[in-house]
Design a protein around this ligand. Structure first.
Ligand code: NAG
Ligand code: NAG
Ligand code: NAG
Ligand code: NAG
Ligand code: NAG
Ligand code: NAG
Ligand code: NAG
Ligand code: NAG
Ligand code: NAG
Ligand code: CU
Length: 621
């Protein structure tokens, strides 16, 4: 990072006013242009208010009065100044998911590691550089506040010099069509998939303790914050219950919310079913909310969407009826485009897709249904939105047209024999970057439940809630975190993390790493009984890919349906500081499936800028 540029940027920004942007003023960004360096200023005022979502009124975190939060759009190379004004009655932090925070570990937003919570009435200025292009997301990182609604999309427009992969789609693409793809990318739109519960994060944590029941059952699937609570009949639920679910259920049935009954958790701890409030895993209460609509026009030929999962619990499978998608970027990095009909989004991942639009004469449906369905075994639930062409079909043409044809069913299965699903393991980055052939250090991190249905370990212990309260945070005192919750690495080295799923029947965990991305160099559905990747490669070389592995910040562990399994991640330590590795299922994270990576301990920053301290709005600090 060029210090000069940084200095100029800081000087340039001093006179700027932060703009607290809302949908009403979408172009109002605080912006300073200074030579080649832009400083983008963005303000988020957080409030805790009643909001109706999917027809249910509940306390929700609003960002500048909105849910989900407003989009942040910057250019690669920009300096971002992100001011959070906490007008809520409790502390909070904001994390920038997927942003590497190269040289700015204090802006990573993990309480206890990078900073303390922003107290009610305080402000905090996060500063980071948009080194990498692509789709990201900001979200709360304190307690279970993510599921209370604090999240919003980030898009970093690539520099012009970055090569796009669109020409790989076909040799026959004309320059018109390539230009249409470039234009679509420039106007890319976020589609945030999430799930909704009628209880707040804090309430859910309490219900888990009171009942002994792990929370995995939700009330609604949201698309850009919109959806409904639908209660199918028990007969319908029974009819679509899968053979795999039946196998687990024995003579029981899925609940009226489509969930596995928690009674199956009895072997882990005593349950107090009577303490579960209605709507926690059963007693479905239907309610209606708005449905999200995406308007397109065939004249633009292509449209681009950034598909983002900010679910708390579900694995979202996504498709648009009769519209295959070219997946061209994953987790904010280009890939060789792959044409698919549907894909599954691990919580926290981003998939950028180009969708070829139908010409007017090819539009045989009035509207095309966008389908999102949960792929995890624990619950049958789905949500829908609409892709609607603005080309003026007459009302007559619209009403005589047929419904659109699905690729996926409401249980996330293929609806046709030839529907193509994305295979994450075969996605090739563009351009390919190969990791080092050998790692300097290997950590085998066991994943297992502990003694209750809602507590987990990653490594040797269950990451304690009290680690969020460490003060000063670990960045300022490395010894403040007890040894069992952290591993240490040296700067400028290669590290292997083997996520060892030690028991069968765990759901696929979306494993997220803060700071820079990892290479997904291997996975397998057998027990990992080796001491390193080098050793494993002597026995099971077919389970590894060091040539062109996916580069991700979030990736599913492989299925452990019938046997323990494992996932091998290799990363380069280049950004000294404390960063979290964790499962992005909110209740697994809260239940301890997390570990602090003390990266580059030989080169930790000592000169931490003053702006990391909270700013008091009405005080002197
Ligand atoms: C910041 O928060 C304070 C109190 O928490 C509030 O009075 C003020 O209006 C907020 N500022 C903005 C710009 O929203
Ligand atoms: C269901 O199966 C369990 C044992 O698996 C048995 O104890 C119970 O009686 C059965 N219930 C019914 C209604 O058949
Ligand atoms: C789920 O899918 C079914 C079948 O396509 C549909 O009838 C229902 O409306 C969908 N649910 C939601 C909430 O969109
Ligand atoms: C889904 O795919 C499977 C295997 O590929 C196939 O056997 C099945 O018939 C397909 N389902 C439908 C509805 O076509
Ligand atoms: C996983 O956890 C269960 C329940 O606490 C325990 O019985 C089992 O021994 C653990 N397995 C491993 C491989 O650690
Ligand atoms: C689980 O273990 C922890 C620590 O060993 C203990 O504090 C807790 O009471 C145990 N919970 C149950 C339900 O046994
Ligand atoms: C750092 O934390 C350790 C462990 O809590 C404590 O003993 C030590 O005094 C702390 N150092 C400073 C400078 O605060
Ligand atoms: C990884 O998990 C397997 C069970 O799947 C276990 O046999 C093995 O000992 C574990 N590896 C380590 C290093 O703990
Ligand atoms: C850490 O290592 C990276 C990669 O080699 C290097 O660019 C960086 O300057 C190092 N950081 C420090 C503080 O030495
Ligand atoms: Cu998990």
């Amino acid at each position: 990072m060029e210090a000069n540029t940084l200095d100029v940027c800081s000087v340039g920004s001093i006179t700027m006013q932060f703009i607290f942007q809302s949908r009403l003023a979408p172009l109002a960004l605080g912006l300073v242009q200074w030579g080649s360096c832009r400083v983008v200023q963005f303000g988020l005022d957080l409030t805790w208010e009643d909001l109706e979502i999917a027809g249910v009124v509940r306390k929700t975190i609003l960002s500048n009065g909105q849910f989900p939060g407003p989009p942040l759009r910057v250019k690669q190379g920009d300096e971002v100044e992100f001011l959070v004004n906490n007008s809520m009655p409790f502390g909070t932090t904001v994390h920038f998911h997927g942003i590497s925070q190269q040289g700015t570990p204090w802006s990573d937003g993990v309480p206890g590691l990078s900073r303390t919570e922003i107290q009610p009435g305080d402000q905090f200025l996060y500063k980071w550089k948009a080194n990498d292009y692509g789709a990201y997301i900001y979200h709360a990182h304190t307690n279970a506040q993510l599921i209370d609604g604090l999240y919003g999309p980030i898009y970093i427009e690539p520099e012009d010099s970055v090569e796009r992969p669109f020409h790989l789609i076909s040799k026959d693409l004309g320059s018109d069509e390539l230009q249409a793809m470039r234009d679509a990318e420039k106007n890319t739109l976020p589609i945030i998939l999430s799930d909704y519960q009628r209880f707040t994060g804090a309430e859910i944590l309490q219900i888990e303790k009171d009942t002994g029941i792990d929370s995995f059952c939700v009330n609604s699937v949201l698309i850009n914050g919109k959806g409904s609570v639908i209660c199918p009949t028990q007969d319908h639920i029974n009819a679509i219950t899968s053979p795999q679910q039946r196998n687990i259920l024995g003579n029981l049935t899925m609940t009226d919310m489509g969930c596995l009954p928690p009674i199956l958790l009895r072997r882990l701890n005593p349950l107090h079913l009577d303490k579960a409030p209605p709507g926690f895993y059963k007693d479905c209460m239907p309610s209606e909310g708005p449905m999200e609509m995406f308007h397109v026009n065939s004249a633009s030929q292509y449209v681009s969407y950034d598909l983002i999962s900010m679910a708390g619990s579900l694995a979202m499978r996504f498709s648009i009826d009769e519209h295959p998608m070219y997946v061209y970027a994953v987790d904010g990095r280009y890939v060789e485009p792959t044409l698919v009909d549907a894909l599954t989004i691990p919580i926290g991942s981003r998939y950028s897709v180009l969708v070829k639009l139908k010409s007017k004469s090819d539009q045989h449906a009035a509207d095309y249904t966008i389908r999102v369905a949960n792929k995890y075994t624990g619950q049958i639930i789905n949500g829908t939105a609409v892709l609607s062409y603005d080309d003026v079909l007459t009302q007559n043409q619209k009403s005589s047209s047929r419904p659109s044809r699905p690729y996926i069913t409401e249980t996330a299965d293929n609806a046709t024999a030839d529907a193509v699903f994305l295979d994450d393991n075969t996605v090739v980055p563009f351009p390919v970057v190969a990791p080092a052939a050998h790692a300097d250090q290997t950590f085998i991190l066991n994943v297992n439940r502990t003694n209750t249905s809602y507590t987990w370990i990653l490594g040797t212990d269950s990451y304690s809630e009290s680690n969020e309260l460490l003060s000063p945070p670990v960045l300022f005192n490395r010894s403040s975190i007890p040894a069992q919750y952290a591993i240490s690495t040296m700067n400028n080295t290669w590290v292997d993390l083997i996520i060892n799923i030690t028991t069968s029947r765990q759901i696929q965990h979306p494993i997220h790493k803060h700071s820079n991305k990892y290479f997904v160099i291997g996975s397998g559905v057998t027990p990992f009984t080796y001491s390193s990747v080098d050793e494993a490669m002597q026995y099971i070389p077919q389970d590894f890919n060091l040539k062109n592995p996916p580069m991700r910040d979030t990736f599913f562990t492989p299925s452990s349906r019938t046997s323990p399994s494992w996932l091998a991640l290799r990363y380069f330590v280049q950004n000294p500081g404390p960063f979290l590795l964790h499962c992005h299922i909110q209740m697994h994270h809260s239940g301890g499936l997390a570990l602090a990576l003390l990266d580059g301990v030989d080169a930790w920053p000592t000169d931490i800028p003053e702006y990391q301290m909270p700013v008091r709005v009405n005080g002197t600090n």
